[in-house]
Design a protein around this ligand. Structure first.
Ligand SMILES: [Fe+2]
Ligand SMILES: [Fe+2]
Length: 135
């Protein structure tokens, strides 16, 4: 499966979030490499925890900037973040219970979600923020 190439992750025009997006993509790529290398739990567990922690922190930072700027799309954007976090938590719990391994399907889902969210929802916010928001 093709990895998400960092060079094709679009900039949303807000440096701090661009860097966080790249880091999330890196972690997903590292997870992919760990799965490809045989799926050792000792390798996958910490990466999955890191991804969950970083994703949560990233979403909160975005929502804080949106709130500070009174971004009209905040409620919908937050709902999308929330839904992804629920799915990520479910994945973590399944993984912790040991009744499911981290598989291609989960990684594809995360990668596709992130890619599409950055390209659409986050980019819309970046454009709006650069036009109307406080920096
Ligand atoms: Fe984002
Ligand atoms: Fe977002």
């Amino acid at each position: 499966m093709a990895l998400l190439n960092s060079s094709v992750v679009p900039s949303i025009g807000i440096g701090v979030f661009d860097r966080e997006h790249l880091e999330l993509v890196e972690t997903i790529n590292e997870l992919q490499a760990a799965v490809d290398a045989g799926g050792e739990r000792s390798a996958i567990g910490p990466l999955l925890s890191k991804l969950a922690k970083d994703t949560k922190a990233h979403f909160l930072s975005e929502e804080a900037m949106m709130a500070a700027s009174k971004y009209p799309g905040l409620a919908l954007h937050r709902m999308k973040h929330q839904r992804l976090l629920e799915q990520l938590n479910a994945l973590l719990m399944r993984y912790a219970r040991d009744d499911s391994t981290m598989n291609m399907h989960s990684l594809n889902f995360l990668r596709d979600w992130l890619n599409s969210h950055i390209q659409n929802d986050d980019l819309n916010f970046g454009l709006w923020q650069n036009e109307h928001g406080k920096r």
